[in-house]
Design a protein around this ligand. Structure first.
Ligand code: XIL
Length: 361
């Protein structure tokens, strides 16, 4: 009798407690991924539709789910033909010590892309962020830093020559007022580090398409004027720049106008390509029921795809991930923004359907 009582106590109290504790002690770990055919879409795929329309479709890819989540791999390979390393190519990851590179992560992504007929977009070579301590605290002279940057760019671009055809060389470098974002490169080398970066990358792979990638420069604005002026200055100086990446991290409250199309047009007139490189639309902000915000999100995705399709020099439409299960919005921005086109169970959202529809016309 006593024994039964103890057993009942264990079952009724201890087991639920343990389950609750486990779940709440790992709040960021999502539940196991569905392994069934839940992720199947209508039989077509975005990549097959995009291919017919002459545009590439991409997603930023994180190593952890690529290695551990079969559904993630399946949907990624089925829907996208461009893979962007979310973090695997950042300076601190790929070049952790002065004389040591770590290509293991990016090689895993490149191998996956190759196995599934996907292009890789190199991202990013020069950024003020994600730099290793040895570099930031190194007290290097100007000449030493120039040599570090040249060696970094030429080692990485050279290693993937013939495998990575498009690169974000410079990431987030100008401010609204046309000055440059503070960084060790700017402080120690001066603004010419940017021209040099493009020239060095071009030397390492003369066939690669080299981009300057920027956020909040989608519409005609002070910031996009700065981007435009900077890029046209580079062209005048004969710097090998081939395109501008518009990141497009936006909120669902974004009310855009024809000004995105106008901006894309003026970049084209410079003779440059454009790509949408990191699109995500957070629904965390704004009022109204969730369903309404999701519908608005879908409209924005569809509209932006149409804008890209109507500009022949808009080459790639890439998102910063593809499933709300794994998005920097949760881990980095700390919001439940549900900003992507598949939900947390890999079901296609309205945003997916909006892209599908835009590509099908
Ligand atoms: C972000 C990643 O998504 C995060 O995981 C990381 O901690 C910080 O960087 N613009 C960019 C991307 O160009 O490289 C950033 O990626 C998001 C903003």
């Amino acid at each position: 009798m006593k024994y039964r009582l103890v057993l009942a106590l264990v079952v009724l109290v201890l087991v639920p407690f343990l389950i609750t504790f486990r779940v709440s002690s790992t709040p960021s770990a999502p539940p196991p991924s569905p392994t069934t055919a839940i992720a199947d879409t209508s039989g077509t795929s975005l990549r097959s539709l995009a291919q017919k329309r002459g545009v590439s479709i991409g997603a930023a890819v994180a190593l952890e789910p690529l290695q551990n989540d079969a559904t993630y791999r399946k949907v990624l390979a089925r829907e996208f033909n461009v893979l962007v390393p979310e973090n695997a190519m950042k300076f601190a990851v790929i070049h952790p010590k002065r004389n040591q590179y770590n290509f293991a992560q990016i090689d895993t992504l490149v191998a996956f892309a190759k196995a599934h007929g996907m292009q890789v977009r190199g991202h990013p070579l020069v950024w003020h962020y994600s730099l290793p301590n040895w570099l930031e605290k190194g007290n290097f002279t100007r000449e030493e830093l120039k040599e570090i940057l040249r060696e970094h760019i030429q080692t990485v671009v050279g290693r993937y020559r013939g495998q990575i055809a498009v690169w974000d060389i410079a990431n987030e470098v100008v401010t609204r007022d046309g000055s440059f974002v503070d960084s060790i490169w700017l402080r120690e080398i001066g603004p010419e580090y940017l021209d040099l970066a493009f020239r060095w990358a071009h030397e390492a792979d003369p066939k690669a398409r080299l981009y300057y990638n920027e956020y909040s420069a989608e519409e005609i604005s002070e910031k996009s004027d700065s981007v435009y002026n900077f890029a046209s200055g580079m062209l005048q100086r004969g710097v090998p720049i081939h395109g501008i990446g518009l990141q497009m991290h936006k909120l669902v409250t974004w009310s855009f106008s024809s000004s995105v199309a106008d901006n894309i047009k003026r970049i084209g007139k410079l003779g440059l390509e454009v790509s949408i490189t990191e699109m995500d639309i957070s629904i965390a902000e704004g009022t109204g029921p969730r369903e309404e915000r999701l519908a608005k999100q879908a409209r924005i995705y569809g509209d932006m795809m149409r804008v890209c399709l109507s500009a022949p020099h808009c080459k790639t439409f890439a998102m910063w991930g593809f499933t709300d299960r794994y998005t920097w919005a949760t881990s980095w921005l700390g919001t439940e923004g549900a900003p992507l086109i598949f939900d947390e169970s890999f079901r296609p959202k309205g945003s997916y359907k909006a892209l599908e529809e835009a590509l099908s016309r």
